[in-house]
Design a protein around this ligand. Structure first.
Ligand code: HXC
Length: 514
């Protein structure tokens, strides 16, 4: 055969492989608003940057007549390309081919592209659309998942790992995403569950829809498994591109530097705090008043709203914000908000992103529900994550910083590099009402007018403790500043912290309260 025939054979084989699961299966996919796996990759990556590998991979199934079946690419597309001009490795499961189920060769392709990502020190993006372990391939499918989970764990904290859930992902198909840094979901399209509705019906006799069991909103709002929620695949891909503008390409690099733009004039930081200390406000207004161009890219916006986390830039460089949200549950730390904050702190620390912490909280949430849900164990994660983090850590105490909340929110004692407090800061063991009731109980009970005495004692307590000056006198606060000075102080403290290096005691690894 000459080169012409060889080329035409190649073209024929390629056409066949590129057909995926065939027109009917593709039509079904399109009818529910889904792009095909290949279209998704093209839409996400920089134009013309995608290069595919292992297109001719052959599946390894032998039983149940599998050896007679042709599964193009074994149901997964893998390759390299770029986003925002930086290289990435990527795979996308093709639901039109055996439901994107994961057989041994399918897993091998994913493992191979993950190995490339680790060797090249570039991010790995997985577009997941899969019925989980391919039932016909038995233990080899499970082995395939094991290989992927192992690689996810090795890559954790070295290269960014992004999971996009774009279909009904079941069984093993949800555990790899759960091991990665950020999970993206799309309304009506994404589903995540360990076992699908049919298995639930068989085993438990319960009828439940896929949406109710593990739809996009379930994971964005309730379970916290998802970090970004979008209304369409297109919006989701734009979110991924935006995320990549904030994070570095691996743990040895810094994020791209952008030219500095001042915050928008609409955000007036001196006017955000209400005059009544009990009135809530949106802490995102403070973040926008501090950030370049008032940009804030929020992570897990719909989950545990009492804490706000996300990325912004200060003087052109990425920072990670962790901020109590007085608008939701007064900004308390509870089980979910502790998990949310701790994981984000560890992400920023692993990828050299300085942390800016904005404090206004009455402490950890009391009550039997929280105690039984493990608020001690979960709350400890915040203490651990901040104490462990060695990136520059700057804290601004805006209003309340009571009790464990004061310590946990990156206090001087957990080795914040700089702690600034606004004159409105109240740093105390607990709120004035609770404190006065306890320490002046006798005086209040025996007073002629207990209510009046209580008010007097609350005032006395406030004057003595509910301010930033006691903490400043001990050096726990580095400077008491007006809100309008905050951005200037952040720019300076971040600038001088650029060469920060902290030695940690030798250990194999710590044992965080997972
Ligand atoms: C083999 C599978 C498959 C699987 C789907 N298919 N899941 N083939 N192994 N795990 C095939 C179907 O047979 C069908 O093939 C095609 O994919 C499309 O599936 P449908 O059921 O028609 O699609 P849909 O109605 O959209 O339902 C999607 C689904 C459902 C919810 C994912 O297929 C489902 O429940 N699958 C099983 C999910 C599950 O329980 N997986 C767990 C596996 S155990 P045809 O030829 O008809 O088009 C596991 C353990 C790992 O993953 C544990 C690691 C910790």
């Amino acid at each position: 055969m000459g080169i012409k025939q060889k080329t035409s054979e190649l073209q024929h084989r390629m056409r066949e492989a590129l057909m995926g699961g065939g027109d009917k299966a593709i039509e079904k996919q399109k009818a529910i608003g889904k792009l095909t796996a290949r279209e998704r990759i093209i839409a996400l990556l920089d134009p013309k940057s995608f290069h595919e590998y292992d297109l001719f991979a052959k599946h390894a199934g032998k039983d149940f007549d599998m050896d007679k079946k042709y599964l193009p690419g074994d149901g997964v597309i893998t390759g390299t390309g770029s986003i925002n001009g930086h290289p990435v490795c990527i795979y996308a499961q093709d639901f039109t081919v055996a439901g994107g189920s994961l057989g041994w060769m399918h897993a091998k392709k994913i493992a191979k592209i993950m190995d490339h990502a680790m060797n090249l020190k570039v991010p790995i993006i997985g577009i997941n659309d899969s019925g989980g372990a391919r039932i016909q391939e038995g233990v080899n499918s499970l082995a395939g998942y094991g290989e992927i989970f192992y690689r996810n764990t090795q890559a954790s904290g070295v290269i960014p790992q992004i999971s996009v859930i774009l279909g009904p992902c079941a069984g093993g198909a949800v555990y790899s995403p759960a091991l990665t840094d950020f999970v993206f979901v799309v309304e009506n399209i994404s589903k995540m569950f360990i076992t699908g509705p049919e298995v639930i019906k068989t085993v438990l006799g319960e009828e439940i829809s896929m949406e109710e069991l593990g739809g996009a909103r379930v994971h964005a709002e309730i379970t916290g498994n998802a970090h970004f929620f979008a209304k369409s695949e297109e919006e989701c891909f734009n979110q991924i591109k935006e995320l990549f503008s904030y994070v570095p390409w691996n743990n040895m690099k810094k994020a791209d530097r952008f030219s500095m733009k001042p915050p928008k004039k609409t955000y007036k930081i001196n006017a955000i705090l209400p005059s009544d200390p009990k009135t809530p406000y949106d802490v995102r207004d403070v973040i926008r008043a501090l950030s370049d161009d008032s940009d804030f890219f929020e992570v897990q916006e719909l989950f545990a709203a009492n804490i706000v986390i996300g990325f912004g830039r200060i003087n052109g460089d990425t920072v990670g914000y962790v901020a109590n949200q007085p608008e939701a549950l007064a900004g308390v730390l509870d089980v979910d908000s502790s998990d949310k904050a701790a994981r984000f702190i560890r992400y920023c620390d692993a990828f050299n992103i300085p942390l800016v912490t904005l404090v206004d909280l009455p402490g950890y949430l009391p009550g039997i529900d929280q105690e039984y849900a493990g608020v001690i164990r979960h709350g400890a994660k915040v203490l651990y994550a901040y104490s462990e983090a060695t990136v520059p850590k700057i804290t601004v105490i805006m209003r309340k910083a009571y009790g464990g909340g004061y310590i946990a929110m990156c206090s001087n004692h957990l080795r914040a590099d700089f702690v600034f407090a606004w004159p409105t800061a109240e740093i105390a063991v607990m709120g004035p009402e609770g404190a006065a009731n306890i320490i002046f109980r006798k005086e209040i009970q025996t007073a002629e007018n207990p209510e009046e005495m209580r008010k007097k004692m609350v005032e006395e307590y406030k004057e003595k403790f509910a301010n930033p000056y006691v903490a400043a006198a001990y050096g726990y606060v580095d400077a008491v500043i007006e809100p309008k000075e905050t951005r200037k102080m952040l720019i300076h403290s971040l600038e001088i912290s650029k060469s920060k290096k902290v030695e940690i005691p030798y250990k194999k690894h710590g044992i965080p309260p997972f």
